[in-house]
Design a protein around this ligand. Sequence first.
Ligand code: UTP
Length: 297
Amino acid sequence: MGTNFPAIRKAVFPAAGLGTRFLPATKAQPKEMLALVDKPIIQYGVEEALASGMDNIIIVTGRGKNSIEDHFDVSFELETILEQKGKTDLLAVVREISDMIHVSYIRQKEALGLGHAVLMAKDLVGDEPFAVLLADDVIDAEEPALRQMLAIYEQTGASVIAVQQVPRAAISSYGAVQPVGEVDGRWGGRVCRVGNLVEKPPAAEAPSDLAVVGRYLLTPTIFRLLEQTPRGRGGEIQLTDALRALAAQEPLYALRFQGRRHDTGDKLGFLQATVELALKREDLGSEFRAYLRGLAL
Ligand code: UTP
């Protein structure tokens, strides 16, 4: 279907959080570089962005994030050694992704919150719509979650956030959306307009059981709103506050995406993702399944 809205080419990855839930592993290494099977968490997100047509990657880093830069950079030394040893398959694995993307880095000097991290990307994004991915939400989906969201943007030109239905008791760990109006019939009943958002509401006060997860398509209006957003809880600038202001000014849609989301910033979520992704791997799956079956659980 044709569209008159500007294409979304840029994807912002806020990766400047402290990762306290994963200490001590995250003391000297960002959580985005922890490997799921054999690939750093952030690479899953970058591959999702690329598969959704976004090859301009902007990574917001904090202290000690050099390993992210090294990961997406060319490693002449490693490539030369692999070449000399004739390991062409590994050479391809190492080269594959960095060849296809353009990566920029911007530093968030203080961890002043997700909203502040997104605001850091303002000059690199410019006056155009863009995507934000929280890499520790790894979404395993037939059609990349971001591409599912793009389908809505392409018809509406509006901002879109990804949501997931969670048990009522769990909503207090997330941002919850308050839908307005009827469910939109256009996308298989999976899309609604957002009237309001509430960060980590007690279950009894939650406006719905639809939890915001780490994928956003945003119009550049968000930057102006972030600039006006006062510091909230913990002295941080909350993205949720700016999204609430956005929803009051422009249409904001929420999509219940299809796919399986893993919260890999959480230890149990990380372990579950490791097991499920390993089981799906052609080179490992059957042996790993046999191993798990043999465990006396
Ligand atoms: P989290 O809420 O997961 O916080 O941030 P965190 O610091 O990374 O991890 P914990 O809770 O201490 O274990 C959500 C996303 O926002 C980014 C994080 O890197 C993560 O992708 N973030 C958060 C920033 O980039 N800057 C911030 O100041 C805060």
